[in-house]
Design a binder for this molecule. Sequence first.
Ligand SMILES: *Cc1c(COP(=O)(O)O)cnc(C)c1O
Length: 380
Amino acid sequence: MHIQTAAVQTLRDHQHGAVVPPLHLASTFELDPATADGPFAYQRGSNPTRAELEQVLAVLDGAEHGFAFASGMAATAAAFSILETGDEVILSASVYGGTYRLVDKYFEARGLRARFVEDLGTLTEADVTERTRIVFVETPANPTLRITDLRRIVDLAHRGGALVVVDNTFMSGVLQRPLALGADVVVQSATKFLSGHSDILAGTITTNDADLAERFALAQKALGGVLPPFDSYRLIQTIKTLPLRLERQQANAIAIREHLGAHPAIGTVFFPGSHSEEEARIHASQASGPGAVLAFELAPEVDRVAFLRALRYPAYAVSLGGVESLICHPATMTHEAMTPEAQAEAGISPELLRLSVGIEDVADLVEDLDQALAAGLAAS
Ligand SMILES: *Cc1c(COP(=O)(O)O)cnc(C)c1O
């Protein structure tokens, strides 16, 4: 089954023949008095609506097991819940700002170590020590869109006895399937492309490893950061158009990137594969498209605030992946938890803007960017 078919056809209501599965809001379920057992007992442990969403999540990622959490960070925290005192995690310096915050604020006091590597492409076998439990990868990285060779990281990590966790938020299972490349765990912020309408906060974990799946089910039950039924129901709905939305958003992003690349008021444009031919080759070998997020630096003669104020369509807001275009300034917004030194190391300059491209008519978006750039030039 192709992914657009799977997104639409995975779930039916077999009890009543309804083409859309029902929403179960119950927090508790009747049990068999003889065994105190039943298919569901209490909403936090599991419930029919979340279980159906988790089935779709697994299908989209080509996984055996799927888990839905209350946010992308709850999913990442649950993935890190397998860590024990003394364990080390290797991450790229340009990891998602919230993941950086989690590691920065919670690891040290709990006896965990985080090692940030400027470029995971330079990781060697000697870097993966016996303390290394997880190599955490984001590719494309946020917001620089740098690419990491997943097969190579999987090989290095596994030889050193470590697990590979991939944050696949920028790609989703539609464009990239890390588990098929050997990764152990995929986490995603479903707040972004999976929701696609900027009105659900959610996170996901998928894996093929039965032991890890047990640990993540325990994290749901014991830590409790689960996705409520109503949001699960809505995510089942929004996922049906995920491949379709992504196709349009990606086509728009490609057109905008070409336009900006030739614009005199724009400096460097960043997108998957733009850093080097090597990264372009790697990305093409592990993903089926560049996605719908790009970043660019304004030329020095453009007044950033005037440019942003003049934009009619992309809202100046964090987040990404929705049907409406959004633009943000990573240095003061998404990545403000990082010190200026850490930002510089990750390639996040004060001039960098990140654009998440929506499904609007691309002619309107291009025209809007052009008039705002003219306003930014006039104001400086
Ligand atoms: C947004 C995001 C997260 C965190 O997800 P929330 O749903 O906001 O908690 C993690 N990773 C990446 C790459 C993100 O963009």
